[in-house]
Design a protein around this ligand. Structure first.
Ligand SMILES: Cc1cc2nc3c(=O)[nH]c(=O)nc-3n(C[C@H](O)[C@H](O)[C@H](O)COP(=O)(O)OP(=O)(O)OC[C@H]3O[C@@H](n4cnc5c(N)ncnc54)[C@H](O)[C@@H]3O)c2cc1C
Length: 430
């Protein structure tokens, strides 16, 4: 085994991805996680109020998510994502009761804009041209400085899609991040836009197989092991303080901090990180969806924006949901249920329900917050950063988190190959 231990702090997707990237280095790998479980903001758990295993939030992936799919291939669980063989997104407008399926064609030439049954009702082919202005936005600005944030294409397509991907009201969101999404997805044709859902749960698709794979390959995972301080000396991380347990770092050891932005700032002091966040609210209703109900349904002019249909429940997502964080849960459940009952054609009482409010679900994808994202390398030679909030060029998503872990691990391994790791001398606390 090559010398030097790699300590990865945080067993969310960024940390798990960093650990998996390091497996072939031949070095010992230890993952330290504060909680009793892995997955961070992407996890499944048993919810007694429903008597069901649910996810902390509905997560949508697209076939464009190359890093996420390659992660799943590596751990052997790519087949645990399900979705249609084409780019199909069913929508309903609750104000007009119209229903449609947005259905871009597979190839690069977007002839779907000329097909009435594939594009958004109430729009013509030329209405879509404005979106191309987002492809190369130049300097980062609010989206409403680049495109008109009104009209049918915006209200019925761009807004729901960018709101879900950026978790920020699109008109104020970063045009650079919106452009990155567009270049990775629609600009590559429908084949990059197939929706993918972990229909048996995020834990089953992402977390359990990643942990099993890491353990099979000899990595050690320590749960309930909270990093409380990092001591530095001579420009290197020299000691990791886990309370009762303190780990002195050898000159050949390295650290990847894959914790949330706020934790990294506490641990490292003077790094710049995003500091404004947005909430996501999910409502879960225990019911069998009607037989022909789509797996994913976009709602325009409703309380929630997306419904996800699972065999035992319908779950609704509200992004950028800060306005609902203080709303009593029963009131929120009733408002969302009204829409769910309408689109499913259900009469009668609200079934057993559960509301999950993730107050700091992601950083706010505003231009000024995007500008604060640090790269993987830090001022400390042997310490690297990962997390969906680092400078991945993508919004805070599964794809971004997995890419960040890979980037941090590769930067660390490259530095070590060049013999630039730290000296390991000990010093004062940060
Ligand atoms: C409700 C919701 C819905 C979402 N929907 C989507 C979606 O549809 N599509 C999509 O792609 N993305 C979605 N996301 C975003 C996605 O979940 C995140 O981008 C991703 O999970 C972030 O992973 P991460 O590893 O960067 O961070 P985290 O998951 O936050 O992982 C950080 C880990 O560090 C641990 N930790 C913290 N402090 C310490 C410490 N001191 N010592 C040790 N460990 C510590 C934490 O316990 C955690 O396990 C959603 C997020 C939420 C919350």
């Amino acid at each position: 085994m090559a010398s030097g231990t790699i300590h990865i702090v945080g067993a969310g997707l960024a940390g798990l991805s960093a650990a998996i990237t390091c497996l072939d280095s031949g070095r010992a790998i230890v993952v330290h996680e504060l909680a009793r479980h892995a997955g961070g903001r992407c996890r499944s758990y048993f919810e007694p109020a429903l008597g069901l295993k649910i996810d902390n939030g509905n997560h949508l992936l697209l076939s464009a998510n190359d890093n996420a799919l390659s992660f799943l291939r590596t751990i052997g669980s790519e087949s645990r994502l399900a979705g249609p063989d084409e780019a199909e997104f069913a929508f309903v407008d609750l104000a007009s009761d119209e229903r449609w399926v947005f259905h871009p064609n597979e190839g690069l030439i977007p002839w779907w804009i000329f097909a009435k049954d594939r594009r958004v009702p109430g729009t013509g082919p030329l209405d879509y041209l404005a979106m191309t202005r987002l492809l190369f936005p130049g300097k980062d600005e609010r989206m409403d400085k680049i495109i008109e944030c009104s009209g049918a294409v915006y209200e019925r397509l761009s807004r729901p899609i960018f709101l879900a991907a950026l978790n920020t009201e699109p008109r104020e969101a970063s045009a650079v991040l919106a452009g990155a999404i567009l270049r990775k997805t629609l600009a590559r044709g429908g084949r990059a836009c197939h929706p993918l859902i972990a229909s048996e749960g995020l834990g089953f698709a992402f977390i359990d197989p990643a942990l099993a794979y890491l353990e099979r390959r000899g990595a050690k995972i320590c749960f309930m092991h909270q990093l409380r301080g990092v001591y530095v000396a001579a420009g290197n991380a020299a000691l990791l303080d886990f309370g009762d347990d303190k780990i002195e770092l050898d000159p050949s050891d390295s650290v990847v901090l894959a914790v949330p932005a706020a934790v990294a700032r506490i641990l490292l002091g003077d790094i710049d990180t995003p500091s404004t966040f947005r909430a996501i609210v999910n409502a879960h209703f225990k019911m069998e969806p009607p037989r022909s109900f789509p797996r994913l349904l976009g709602i325009v002019n409703g309380t929630a924006e997306w419904l996800f249909a699972y065999p035992d429940r319908i779950s609704a997502t509200i992004s950028a949901a800060d306005r609902f964080v203080e709303t009593p849960r029963e009131e929120l459940a009733q408002a969302i249920w009204k829409d769910v009952a309408k689109v499913t054609g259900t009469n009668g009482e609200m079934p057993p329900w559960h509301i999950v409010k993730e107050r700091r679900a992601t950083f706010a994808a505003l231009p000024e917050e995007n500008a604060k994202r640090p790269g993987a390398e830090t001022q400390f030679a042997n310490l690297f950063l990962a997390g969906d909030w680092t400078a991945t060029g993508l919004p805070a998503t599964i794809e971004g988190a997995i890419l960040s872990g890979k980037t941090a691990a590769n930067a660390m391994l490259a530095k070590q190959r060049r013999g630039l790791n730290g000296s390991g001398a000990r010093g004062q606390s940060l």
